[in-house]
Design a protein. Sequence first.
Length: 75
Amino acid sequence: MQFVNIHDAKTNLSKYLEQVSSNHEPIIICKNGKPIAQLTEYKQLPTRRLGLWHNKVIIKEDFDDLPASFKDFFE
């Protein structure tokens, strides 16, 4: 992990972007010696497919009814 100050990060942004993408190591950007931001590689999230559980999960009619034995714990 590499620490750089803001001025250096602005001056050499292209270099640091190349470094992050090739090394897969984050670069920490500091202001007055204190970390304030992290430059990391962007990772594309996998595409989510909708409807995979359609008609596989059934919610019963009495789902919201609390069993009598449990009511004592909530009163």
